[in-house]
Design a protein around this ligand. Structure first.
Ligand code: FE2
Ligand code: FE2
Length: 197
């Protein structure tokens, strides 16, 4: 018998240390990566690529993983860390930023491949290669943040910084991400998971 699944429909920014908020978002991103990986494996096994699915995946990765999540890291957490003495260049933050950039390039590749489906025989391969690149990159990236960078941040940032970031995360969600966007992204994630079955 299936156990009752506990769906988190509301996870963001309310309470909890800022790095805990970001780690909860990592869990959602990892769920999307698992779904995308299944869909890509199906294409590699010969299934016709489902353009609508890959378009939705791009919407989620851009809207949630990049704008909402990497936005908070780059504009708030990493920024405050550099204000507290972490190097901007040549350190772990620089690595994280360059991985965010590499991720954007992979997402562009998926989007371009999806747009060319039906018109260009190389489109499916472009989707597969970029999706695989993104999945590998982001899993490793999330591992580094969870296990190395965020613990470093929590050791370096005092209570005042933590309170500042918690408040700024709330503001970022309200102003930069926009009301209702989180809910829309969670709905999209649900569709990605259902569509990969
Ligand atoms: Fe990151
Ligand atoms: Fe992250």
């Amino acid at each position: 018998m299936a156990t009752h699944s506990h769906e988190h429909t509301h996870h963001h920014s309310h309470g909890g240390a800022p790095t805990q908020v970001l780690m909860a978002e990592h869990e959602l991103i990892l769920q999307a990566l698992d779904a995308l990986e299944k869909k890509v494996a199906a294409v590699q096994a010969g299934a016709a690529p489902d353009r609508a699915y890959f378009d939705r995946a791009v919407s989620f990765l851009r809207g949630f993983a990049d704008k909402c999540h990497h936005g908070k890291e780059e504009n708030l957490l990493f920024k405050r860390m550099t204000e507290r003495g972490f190097p901007v260049q040549g350190g772990p933050i620089a690595v994280m930023l360059s991985e965010h950039e590499a991720g954007r390039a992979f997402i562009r590749g998926i989007a371009e491949g999806a747009a060319k489906l039906g018109a260009d025989p190389a489109a499916a391969r472009q989707i597969v290669e970029n999706a695989r690149g993104y999945i590998d990159l982001l899993r490793a990236h999330i591992g580094k943040e969870n296990n190395v960078l965020f613990p470093m941040a929590d050791r370096a940032l005092g209570a005042e910084d933590q309170a500042y970031l918690a408040k700024e995360f709330e503001r970022f969600e309200a102003e930069e991400t926009g009301a209702g966007v989180h809910e829309a992204m969670l709905k999209l994630l649900g569709e990605l998971k259902a569509g990969a079955q």
